[in-house]
Design a protein around this ligand. Sequence first.
Ligand SMILES: [Zn+2]
Length: 370
Amino acid sequence: MEFRIEAQLGAARAGRLITPHGEVETPVFMPVGTLASVKGVPQETLEELGTQILLANTYHLYLRPGAEQLRQLGGLHRFMAWKRPLLTDSGGFQVFSLSQLRKVSDQGVEFRSHLDGSSHFFTPEKSIDVQRALGADIIMAFDECTEYPADRERARHSLEMTARWAERSKRHFESKKSGTNNEKLETENSQTLFGIVQGGMYADLRQESAQRTVEIGFPGYAIGGLSVGEPRALTEEVLSAALPLLPADKPRYVMGVGTPEEIVNYALMGVDMMDCVLPTRAARHGLLYTSQGKVNIKNAIYAKDEGPLDPQCGCRVCARYSRAYLRHLYTSGELLAPSLNTIHNLAFYLDTMRSLRHSIKLGVSARAAQ
Ligand SMILES: [Zn+2]
């Protein structure tokens, strides 16, 4: 993988990630396809919307359909018929948030599946092996996501564990990559491993975590453990502390954020990649983001509203359907409702980032012309 910065405006960067499955213009928003699907939206529509890269969740895919099955089916790209870039998380966040934890030790995490209660053991090595089987272009080091609130001692402990796990993730990834195993898939050799910064909501611990992760050395860095219930001002404080310590020439990824305002704000702070379930999850609950603010489509005021959901939006939903119809679909529980709502919300997020990239580039050329 290669990362090129093409323009800068203040701290913000417009760049290009070059992956084995194509290029990704940054700053980028990555829709979440938890189980190898963005709920309710077919892959061809995601392409039409200009989705450049999708995120899939290792924990979920490991449990169902299973890593070995996915490997035999040729990896995630082939399985889900998605030819563009993919990123998988390490499974850490879901192991800690969804499963019933049995035991967390330095070695790894023993947990019970949220699906059937079966026992599993995840280690940094196991996470890398599963992510190799999935074959995403970008994969993540196994980390412990610190819950909020967490006291300093707890955040410090979590940071230490994440640093040791990052080293093990990298060592295992490198050893597999340089191995001479003939059964290795083509995609496995072209994967890129990112490290993750933790440290709870303590600016100094975040800085320490950033320094230590950079010392281990990765081609890209994520900041994890944000948007876990903390106030927004704190998210920003933690980001401001950690971002300057990450190498300027490497991609920076903030995991699990945010609202349209937040993703713009973080991109302006110098973040290159973000993902969040917010646009897709909110859409399924009838909450739609528009250029005129948030629309709750189940509201009775839209019952006779023949206008488009967002007059500024060029998506296929806004081009064709009225607010009255979208409200009717939602209140009738039609399957089309979550699908159309999700398509619009993703269009709004992707357009927001597209125009931001444009502004960053224009800002630079405007300054250069002066
Ligand atoms: Zn739209």
